[in-house]
Design a protein around this ligand. Sequence first.
Ligand code: NAD
Length: 445
Amino acid sequence: MRICVVGTGYVGLVTGTCFAENGHTVFCVDVDQAKIDGLKENKLPIYEPGLEDLVSGNQQIGRLNFTTDLAGAMDQAEVVFIAVGTPQADDGSANLKYVWAVADAIRDNAKDSKVVVIKSTVPVGTNEGLMERLNSGPIQHYGASNPEFLREGLAVEDCLNPERIVVGVRDQHTEDTLRELYAPYTSIGVSLLVMGPESSEMTKYTANCLLACRISFMNEMANLCEQVGADVTQVREGIGMDSRIGPKFLNPGAGYGGSCFPKDTRALMSLARDNGVELRILPQVDNVNEVQKQLFFEKLSDTIGHDLNGVTVAIWGLAFKPQTDDIREAPALLTIQNLLEAGATVRVYDPEATENVRSIFGDQITYCEDMYGALDDAAALAILTEWEQFERPDFNEIQKRLQSPVIVDGRNMYEPREMERLGFTYNSIGRQPVRPAVVAGQTVE
Ligand code: NAD
């Protein structure tokens, strides 16, 4: 099939590329000329494992095309996906201005009837609004909802191996078109769930909000574990093996971030308010998360144990999670902000997200190209993203570089007992802090 994907960000670029990989001809459209120019030369605007090879391979054989010309791209496509951003508005609702701009452009430029599919995460009722806008023009179009469930960092894998595909449709033609589009998946057994657009839109929010809820719940349990002498890692294992619960999304930490959970929980609250429904759990999920980010800073400052003014602190991990350069609502941002306000000097390292953080903090902090270099003269190391390269570091090198062997770990990367043996002061989430069992500065085995 011939597909136009409007919005070439994390979702549009990955889904468009995967459609091309599945044999469709894809035109990815964006208003950002620099992004499109870069993509034409296989320069990716985001970091996502495995994506670069797929973009260059499919571009080379002409199945994947990048353009800023929506009208021209639409001329060649039967299906148009809308994958633009739906950021949070001031009142917490989803700001749909980009979605509506694309809908209006489709109505004003399409020369024939299209199946227009919203892939962006949008509140219930958006699909109905889309149909009204599209069909206020001379041509009657078809509309569908098809939310995206990919995870940043695993986006290509998720997109090529979806656990299920959800489509919200109102008519047979649209359903048939989407069934044909997704035939490469359904033919190997992936379920395609067909429902009304309202249920499809609601499915996406319910999924993200439930996942956010699990994380906030575990963060509260972790905070309680610290006070009662329990170890949340053991508790997590104990409950994760219960098939009614399952092991995923039970990791406590320094709070969730990213482009989805924070804004989607708030957008769902806003939708509920608009519909006169009082949601009681969700506001607390959001609230617990904001507090958890702040608690991490307090843990850091308590562990250092004195006024932070003039103190150097090293941070490993800036992205909101590993395998991405996305820093939207990342806990590291608040930690850096708090440290700067307290008068600390901040040295940071992240394998992929440095440039994005530089665009926020400029020369207020020091960006290091080497994870150990970030530690020089620091009073403590704070860990905020669980990148694989932090899993088994050279602890001798860490001790040599840090002023004092102090690690505050927002991602529970190490074993407290082992850290104690190695001579670290180590404070993590939901576990008891430890202090050195050997004299600081002594070589560790
Ligand atoms: P993004 O900010 O990375 O990308 C959006 C892109 O749309 C940008 O490149 C922007 O230039 C472009 N754009 C804006 N207006 C445009 C227009 N009129 N015409 C063409 N292009 C335009 O956003 P994203 O992270 O890809 O998210 C997109 C949507 O998908 C959001 O609704 C988000 O909630 C949802 N979603 C995101 C993820 C994720 O992990 N990032 C996962 C599932 C769903």
